[in-house]
Design a protein around this ligand. Structure first.
Ligand code: ATP
Ligand code: MG
Length: 277
């Protein structure tokens, strides 16, 4: 089982969109995929028609709270059973306070996922923009971090700080953590986007996916429909870009399986998109 965490402390950069897009594509390839929503806002949960305000059993119940449950009791089938979801609940936000000082709280999700590792090939974790106990759980659970970044100045500015924080958290892990930065919402018509992409590529040469996710209104349409983008608009530019990203991530997984090396040390494939920038 491979676990990927999609994270960025900045809001609205395409984290949830990346999770549903990659999950839909993985499922279409026949993989058994579990999406985990640990964002108290519950956007991923709402995407599939559930209400994080009123949900009875959610990722919250994995923690030592009153109605503590086992992970398999809270996993729900979505998209006609082609995908599975561990939903979020708004009550997750209270964990930061109630778990303070309790030992072992950083490994709750990781331990829970171990018990379903034979049932899934891929787990994709969607996080909130806040760094706290939930983010620590997500980082402890995964082999790969995927960091979507909007190709614009402000988003890039905050990234450096976040990368430092992430690497500090990652230091507490015993195994190495791959990190792939994914430029998102790239709009070739704007100077801000073109410049932003250039800065990102120059700054994070060794960790950046060498292409980008373009701005594509079909993502919003897909979320209104409640279907994954690959189901809703399989031939859209955005879905084609996520297919290319998935291929890249799967290549990174294979090489880390065989060579035990991190994504950071992988050679960057030739940049075919630069002619379009
Ligand atoms: N490449 C894209 N082109 C156009 N719109 C996009 C793209 N990616 C995401 N969006 C839209 O932008 C909005 C924010 O995206 P999304 O919810 O994935 O961000 P997020 O990082 O998960 O936000 P949050 O931090 O609030 O959880 C959504 O309405 C989504 O449909
Ligand atoms: Mg989100």
């Amino acid at each position: 089982m491979q676990t990927w965490t999609v994270t960025n402390q900045k809001g609205g950069v395409g984290k949830t969109t990346s999770v549903v897009s990659l999950a839909g594509l993985l499922a279409a390839q026949g993989h058994r995929v579990l999406m985990v929503d640990i964002d108290p806002q519950g956007s991923l949960t709402s995407y599939f028609g559930m209400d994080p305000e009123s949900i009875e059993v959610s990722a919250y119940n994995l923690f030592p709270v009153k109605k503590h449950k086992k992970i398999h009791e809270m996993i729900q089938p979505v998209e006609s059973g082609e995908l599975s979801l561990l939903p979020s609940s708004t009550v997750l936000v209270t964990l930061e306070r109630s778990m303070v000082g309790k030992e072992g709280m950083g490994l709750v999700l990781s331990n829970a996922l171990t018990s379903v590792q034979d049932q899934f090939d891929y787990v994709l974790i969607d996080t909130s923009p806040a760094l706290g106990i939930l983010m620590i759980n997500a980082i402890a659970s995964c082999q790969q971090l995927i960091v979507p970044v909007q190709t614009e100045y402000l988003a890039i500015k905050g990234l450096e700080r976040m990368m430092r924080t992430l690497s500090m958290v990652a230091k507490s892990r015993s195994s190495e953590l791959g990190t792939v930065i994914v430029p998102t919402m790239f709009d070739r018509r704007t100077q801000a986007s073109v410049k932003g992409l250039r800065v990102l590529r120059n700054t994070y040469r060794d960790r950046i996916w060498p292409s980008f996710i373009p701005i594509d209104t079909r993502f919003r349409d897909a979320s209104d429909s409640g279907k994954t983008p690959s189901k809703y608009a399989p031939d859209s530019r955005g879905v084609r870009a996520y297919s290319a990203l998935l291929k890249y991530l799967m290549g990174a997984k294979k090489s880390s399986d065989s060579a035990q090396s991190s994504v950071a040390s992988q050679p960057i494939p030739p940049d075919r998109s630069s002619t379009n920038v």
